[in-house]
Write a protein that binds this ligand. Structure first.
Ligand SMILES: O=c1ccn([C@@H]2O[C@H](COP(=O)(O)O)[C@@H](O)[C@H]2O)c(=O)[nH]1
Length: 242
């Protein structure tokens, strides 16, 4: 793999803005100012700060991944996808466990409201959460077989539905790319710099390892947001990638 420029490395990082209110997220944005990362808004911040916060990120020029992981009946997901598309985000997601029709409905919801000529947001599907271990998958969720096989089944279904990619662990990137093609995007949480606390994550890799697997985007939250110096934490991750 060719060396990444600093800017390209930053663009592969999605910073998870997991905060209870807009002010805390804005403080982080201030600390990271000038570093061209993707910003990820998940349910904690979206339920607290809503569409206005997302609009503000877009006004500031950020690429935005809205990580709301929709999982509902097809008609409801279609409506949700239309509402999300109107926010102008660059990427959003659904759970592949909702099935083929539900994922197709998400795309229909996008197309129903997308202005002519506008770039549509990437729509991706969560395969198996990166907090899910092999034991949890088999014994609690009740899916037998390997995690890799379960992830691949959902990735193939997402591809069949016409989605742009999946959320998975960096550990599964190579098999996903082999099965679904190199253009099928992989967005990978479960990133932990060497020695960092895994917390509730189960299927983890370091930033460098994830890059070597060929991941398109790595989602990183607490290793940056819980650091006493988030800017230095992010810069040392970028340094690891170039
Ligand atoms: O399978 C998944 C899907 C989404 N996430 C989200 O990514 C970040 C990870 O944050 P860390 O603090 O780096 O663990 C978080 O917003 C999750 O909701 C995921 O971890 N796994």
């Amino acid at each position: 793999m060719d060396n990444l420029t600093r800017e390209a490395a930053a663009g592969r990082i999605m910073v998870a803005l997991d905060y209870p209110e807009a002010a805390a997220a804005e403080a982080l944005l201030g600390a990271l100012q000038g570093i061209p990362c993707y910003m990820k808004v998940g349910m904690q911040l979206f339920y607290a700060a809503g569409p206005a916060f997302v609009a503000g990120l877009k006004e500031q020029g950020y690429n935005v991944f809205l990580d709301l992981k929709m999982h509902d009946i097809p008609n409801t997901v279609k409506g949700g996808a239309s509402s999300i598309t109107k926010l102008g985000v660059d990427m959003f997601n659904v759970h592949a466990a909702g099935g083929l029709r539900m994922m197709e409905s998400a795309l229909e919801g996008v197309e129903a409201v997308l202005p002519a000529g506008a770039k549509r947001p990437a729509v991706i599907a969560v395969t198996q959460l990166t907090s899910t271990s092999q034991a949890v998958l088999n014994e609690e969720i009740g899916i037998s077989g390997s995690t890799e096989a379960a992830v691949l089944r959902y990735a193939a279904l997402a591809k069949q539905a016409g989605l742009d990619g999946v959320v998975a662990s960096p550990q599964e990137v190579q098999v996903i790319k082999a099965a679904c093609g190199s253009a099928f995007q992989t967005v990978t949480p479960g990133i932990r710099p060497a020695g960092a606390d895994a917390g509730d994550q189960s299927r983890i890799m370091t930033p460098r390892q994830a890059l070597m697997q060929g991941t398109d985007y790595m989602v990183i939250g607490r290793p940056i947001t819980a650091s006493a110096d988030p800017r230095s934490a992010l810069e040392s991750i970028i340094e690891e990638l170039i």
